[in-house]
Design a protein around this ligand. Structure first.
Ligand SMILES: NC(=O)c1ccc[n+]([C@@H]2O[C@H](COP(=O)([O-])OP(=O)(O)OC[C@H]3O[C@@H](n4cnc5c(N)ncnc54)[C@H](O)[C@@H]3O)[C@@H](O)[C@H]2O)c1
Length: 342
């Protein structure tokens, strides 16, 4: 199949594109190589993808509607996986405009391109952050998402809503997957695991927000990718809800559109997570205890029932094994960066 992956040199996009190439698909990676975090990481990921025969790479911004439209109409993808976005909760407080441009304008442009050249299935990355201040846990796809506590969450909720309108109006089958704190090799330097490992290795204190009482439902990246790949072939059809024990399908009554959590449903407290990181690094952390940051939610906890019913799969990598793999990768990445600096 011809698969367009936006955000292909981002953390998740890189892993997805690699998996699709290994599976023999033809992949067009579209990415603006934005400077949100160290460009060397994105360049390295891009170079690794370019080792595969089936890859084409187009550098461009979602905001450039004509370029995006031409890219989509000339490639004519069977499937579009839209991952490119300005990610990060905390950055959205100081840089709202980037979120408006990348996530709102960018996603609207992507939807217009998909309208001109409709794929068999459009899959869009959303986030656990859309559940925001909802106190009903675990979060189900049918739980309310009307209480965003960051602009990042608000823009992702808007992406879900915009894509629903296109699914309804133009019959574009669409799945919005809600990711929950994804981690693993080639991960994002702005995320806690990367920051913790870098600091503990160097004996620098780590900032522990929410006094360590926050809980996160972590997903190891390979598990996430398995879920994404399985969902690619589960194309929503209007009026065909999946039924399962104690669950409600989120399928729209008026459009081939569905939202799905991808997570294991096993949240872990921040202090326990830090213990796992300390064990993997082999050194104790120096803790700088701080209150909750603006925009953060106290707990993310997925109900994976719909995801399991649809895919017959549940993320299974233990946090110990996943963090260990991240630490090993981080060491080799740091050594490589030090070698190229000398
Ligand atoms: N990593 C997580 O834990 C997590 C959790 C929830 C949701 N998500 C969502 O998953 C998706 C992928 O996240 P990630 O962790 O891989 O982030 P990432 O920042 O590593 O990847 C995003 C990629 O998109 C590109 N990009 C950003 N804005 C762009 C624009 N306007 N035009 C073109 N390219 C642009 C960037 O260059 C980057 O390579 C995002 O939509 C994010 O919001 C991630």
């Amino acid at each position: 199949m011809r698969i367009l992956v936006t955000g292909a040199v981002g953390f998740i996009g890189f892993h997805l594109a690699k998996r699709l190439l290994v599976d023999g698909h033809s992949v067009l990676g579209f990415d603006g190589m934005t400077p949100y975090y160290e460009p060397a990481l994105k360049e390295r990921r891009r170079a690794m993808l370019q080792n595969y025969d089936g890859i084409q790479f187009v550098e461009g911004m979602l905001e450039d509607s004509a370029h995006l439209r031409d890219t989509v109409t000339s490639f004519r993808p069977n499937i579009i996986v839209h991952l490119a976005a300005q990610a990060g909760v905390r950055y959205s407080i100081e840089h709202p405009d980037t979120y408006v441009q990348s996530n709102l304008v960018g996603t609207a442009n992507l939807l217009e391109a998909a309208r001109l050249c409709p794929p068999q299935h459009l899959l869009i990355a959303s986030t656990s952050s859309v559940y925001g201040g909802n106190a009903d846990r675990p979060f189900r796809e049918v739980s309310r998402t009307d209480f965003p506590v960051s602009l990042y969450a608000a823009t992702k909720k808007a992406c879900e809503a915009m894509s629903h309108s296109y699914a309804h109006l133009f019959k574009i089958p669409t799945t919005c997957f809600r990711f929950f704190t994804v981690y693993g090799p080639w991960g994002r330097p702005d995320m806690a695991l990367f920051k913790f490992v870098s600091a503990i290795e160097r004996g620098i204190p780590i900032d522990v927000y929410g006094e360590g009482r926050m809980r996160r439902d972590f997903t190891y990246v390979d598990d996430l990718i398995e879920g994404v790949v399985r969902l690619m072939s589960i194309v929503p059809k209007t009026g065909a809800p999946v039924t399962f024990d104690n669950g409600l399908d989120s399928l729209s009554p008026v459009a081939p559109w569905r939202s799905v959590n991808i997570a294991g449903g096993q949240p872990i407290e921040l202090m326990d997570f830090i213990k796992v990181v300390e064990a993997a690094v082999g050194k104790p952390a120096i803790l700088n205890m701080l209150p909750m940051q603006m925009g953060d939610v106290e707990i993310t906890h997925a109900d994976p029932g719909l995801f399991m019913a649809l895919t017959d799969y549940l993320p299974a990598t233990s946090i110990e094994a996943g963090v260990q793999r991240f630490v090993e990768w981080h060491r080799s990445w740091t050594q490589q960066a030090e070698r190229s600096a000398t």
